[in-house]
Design a protein around this ligand. Structure first.
Ligand code: DGL
Length: 259
């Protein structure tokens, strides 16, 4: 199968990493929209335009389905994209439901981009699954740039995280939900900042399971051979350095998975 994925940058590699576990031998087309990162600080209209361009590109590559490997683009553009394309368009959303189901009485904190935090989609999801009022949302801007530079844990990253989380009673939270695919990369830094034992969860594994279901239900045929093509805003990535950076980012994600 030909599977397209897009994100503003390296965040969606978390989804690619999970998809590769379930569908290891397919052709993947990963579009990192690095010309327009960060999406979380753009208008809804801009995010829709960028997303439409990405889907057009992936469709032209022959993709059977496209995964929006970005919570912000899902919140801002999933419905719009589905109204414009006939191939399946899958989204990712913060893993609030599994967090509520798994929760042992403590509060749950969702961290996300400004767009995701203020969009109706997240509010509706929380009101659907959180009947005990345990979920809080905090926009944490400023992090995506660090991830794009491959800076996942440094004094500057910790300072930024501490600043974003200051004012919250972090000891009240038992689960931290990553409402942005870039945030997985800060897991080890966050483990030092959040109280010991805080569990961390994101929606990428659920999105990969959903992808399998959709492709099976469409009768898509397996390629039987793994291929991964990376693009930066439509330009194919051919230099070994960037490809090995992407691979090392995925390997880094495997360290210390929670939930
Ligand atoms: N990785 C994206 C998300 O899941 C967007 C980050 C950004 O570009 O602001 O929301």
């Amino acid at each position: 199968m030909k599977i397209g994925m897009f994100d503003s940058g390296i965040g969606g590699l978390t989804v690619l990493n999970e998809a590769l576990k379930l569908l290891p031998d397919e052709a993947y087309f990963y579009y990192a929209d690095t010309d327009n990162v960060p999406y979380g600080e753009k208008s809804i209209g801009q995010i829709r335009d960028y997303s439409e361009k990405a889907v057009c590109f992936l469709k032209d590559k022959g993709c059977d389905a496209v995964v929006i490997a970005c919570n912000t683009a899902t919140a801002a553009a999933a419905a719009y994209l589905r109204s414009r394309f006939t191939i399946p368009i899958l989204g990712i959303e913060p893993a609030v439901k599994p967090a509520v189901e798994h929760n042992a009485g403590k509060r749950i904190l969702v961290i996300a981009t400004e767009v995701t935090a203020r969009e109706k989609k997240l509010e509706e999801l929380i009101s659907r699954v959180d009947n005990k009022g345990l979920v809080d949302v905090k926009a944490t801007p400023g992090l995506v740039g660090f991830a794009e530079r491959g800076e996942f844990d440094s004094p500057a990253v910790r300072e930024c995280l501490e600043k974003e989380l200051s004012g919250l009673h972090t000891e009240e939270y038992g689960i931290l939900v990553f409402g942005c695919t870039h945030f997985n990369h800060f897991k080890s830094a966050l483990k030092e900042i959040m109280p010991p034992g805080t569990e961390m969860i994101d929606g990428s594994a659920g999105t990969a399971r959903n992808l399998v279901k959709v492709l099976n239900s469409r009768g898509c045929v397996s390629e039987g051979k793994r291929e991964i093509h990376y693009y930066r805003s439509g330009r194919e990535v051919t230099d070994k350095e960037t490809i090995s950076f992407y691979e090392s980012v995925m390997a880094h994600l495997e360290e210390g998975q929670d939930l």
